[in-house]
Design a protein around this ligand. Structure first.
Ligand SMILES: Nc1ncnc2c1ncn2[C@@H]1O[C@H](COP(=O)(O)OP(=O)(O)OP(=O)(O)O)[C@@H](O)[C@H]1O
Ligand SMILES: [Mg+2]
Length: 226
């Protein structure tokens, strides 16, 4: 018996209607991803990588095609239930951390946990332990603007993992960092992946980083290049 793949993408297409006509961004993507895989997503600027990641994570809807996660068609999930599903299953790390500027590192990491209606004492404990794991126990009270770029990205990683997601989607997580800090973030992600149970997709323009993953997927013209 074959196991249901963690992620199964079938004939995914996405177009945008703009003032100057229709822009076809994804033109039929098929992809199967197994549990715990580490995948690099590469491709030229404009190839559709971010659009694809956003759809995989349920942040944006496809024009046609399906995304199944553990066999479940995620765009068949209605309204706020999709938000709950996303909060429980998927962690995002973006190129620009997208932390909430008014809140401390600890509060930023607590946010997804609180949304899931865990008590605030428990959320605080879990967020503190995550910040400890990303090496930031001495910075929990700092706001994002009081942290370095690499530290901000560590907080973003802790936040992404706060709900123990099955899938971590990272869209150029080091695109904005110098090479040494990038290396530190990648080692952090590798270590967390090795000690955890999640699948990781990382969009990157860095071939060295890509080749460290289990598999490299190259997008070209809205398709996955062979
Ligand atoms: N909301 C939108 N409306 C119209 N076109 C869009 C929209 N979002 C993205 N596009 C177009 O889709 C194409 C793919 O964009 P996307 O952001 O997915 O590329 P990318 O591969 O992530 O590029 P980069 O490496 O520069 O981040 C681009 O040509 C972009 O202009
Ligand atoms: Mg992008």
């Amino acid at each position: 018996m074959t196991e249901t793949p963690l992620i199964e993408v079938k004939d995914l297409t996405k177009f945008f209607e703009t003032g100057h006509g229709r822009v076809e961004v994804l033109k039929g993507i098929d992809l199967v991803i197994q549990r715990r895989e580490r995948i690099a997503v590469m491709g030229a600027s404009g190839a559709g990588k971010t659009t694809f990641m956003n759809i995989l994570g349920g942040l944006d809807h496809p024009s046609a095609g399906t995304v199944r996660i553990e066999g479940r068609d995620i765009f068949g999930i209605q309204g706020s239930e999709l938000d709950r599903f996303r909060n429980a299953f998927i962690g995002f790390v973006f190129q620009f951390h997208q932390l909430l500027p008014e809140f401390s590192a600890l509060e930023n990491v607590m946010m997804p946990i609180l949304i899931s209606r865990v008590s605030s004492a428990e959320a605080r404990r879990r967020a503190g332990s995550l910040l400890d794991r990303v090496g930031l126990s001495h910075r929990v009270a700092h706001k994002p603007g009081e942290l370095s770029g690499g530290e901000q990205q560590r907080v973003a990683v802790a936040r992404a993992l706060a709900m123990k997601p099955r899938i971590l989607l990272a869209d150029e997580p080091t695109g904005n960092l110098d090479s040494r800090t990038s290396e530190e973030i990648l080692e952090l992600l590798d270590g967390l992946h090795a000690g955890g149970d999640f699948t990781m997709l990382i969009v990157t323009h860095d071939e060295g980083l890509a080749n460290r993953q289990d598999r490299v997927i190259t997008m070209k013209d809205g398709r996955i290049a062979a």
